[in-house]
Design a protein around this ligand. Structure first.
Ligand SMILES: [Zn+2]
Ligand SMILES: [Zn+2]
Length: 216
């Protein structure tokens, strides 16, 4: 039976698999319920978000998440959905699209493969005219948005100019409003994340070499 409009779907039994990112278990559960696996996975992510937002809030109260020195999210392990270039100084902050957490990150540092060689890091700039941003926090015109790319792993991270950090509940809207940047980056041959070695993924070169986190 296909899920009709208004039909209730009990997602509680499968939430742990969603939290663990167990795509096989999610696909199995979707099949049992006669649902589209991609749509079901997306629904589970939405159901998880309030739990992840709360976890992020509690972790932020216990530790300084802003100083996290890995490219993946300290709370839920996801890759950043986008980066913000905050304020007049354009401080680069990575944002997790799942739990909304943010952490500061160097401009010349790939969050996926840890590459910090400026010769293999670049920027794509959108020339397209776009409608206004999705969040009032973003006073900057969308023309200042860009995509940072890495020639080593061929990964990309969208970067949006914003006056103050976008609230977690508005991140998905901001991500969707800048989908033209994803399309442009993919057309240019970049992916999110890039192609990375699983054993070193998300770890900056200096941290791998035991020289600690790079200072901002
Ligand atoms: Zn997260
Ligand atoms: Zn890279």
């Amino acid at each position: 039976m296909t899920a009709e409009r208004g039909e209730r779907i009990d997602v509680a039994p499968i939430l742990q698999s969603a939290l663990d990112g167990d795509t096989e278990a999610i696909a199995r559960a979707a099949k049992e319920r006669d649902l589209d696996p991609d749509a079901f996975a997306r629904l589970l992510e939405l159901a998880l978000q309030p739990i992840l937002w709360e976890a992020a809030k509690q972790c932020a109260a216990l530790t300084d998440v802003d100083k996290w020195d890995r490219g993946y999210c300290p709370i839920c392990g996801a890759w950043p959905a986008l980066a913000e270039l905050v304020g007049a100084e354009k401080r680069r902050v990575l944002r997790c699209g799942r739990c909304g957490v943010s952490w500061s990150w160097l401009v010349l540092l790939c969050p996926y493969c840890g590459n910090d060689d400026h010769r293999t890091l670049g920027t794509l700039v959108s020339t397209e005219e776009r409608p206004g941003p999705a969040s009032p926090a973003r006073a900057e015109p969308p023309s200042k948005d860009r995509v940072d790319v890495c020639e080593r792993c061929h990964g990309y991270v969208k970067a949006i100019a914003t006056f103050t950090s976008v609230p977690a509940v508005r991140l998905a809207a901001e991500d969707a409003a800048t989908v033209h940047l994803d399309i442009g980056a993919r057309a240019a041959g970049y992916t999110r994340p890039g192609t990375v070695d699983i054993s070193t993924a998300g770890i900056p070169r200096l941290v791998r070499e035991g020289r600690g986190a790079p200072d901002d």
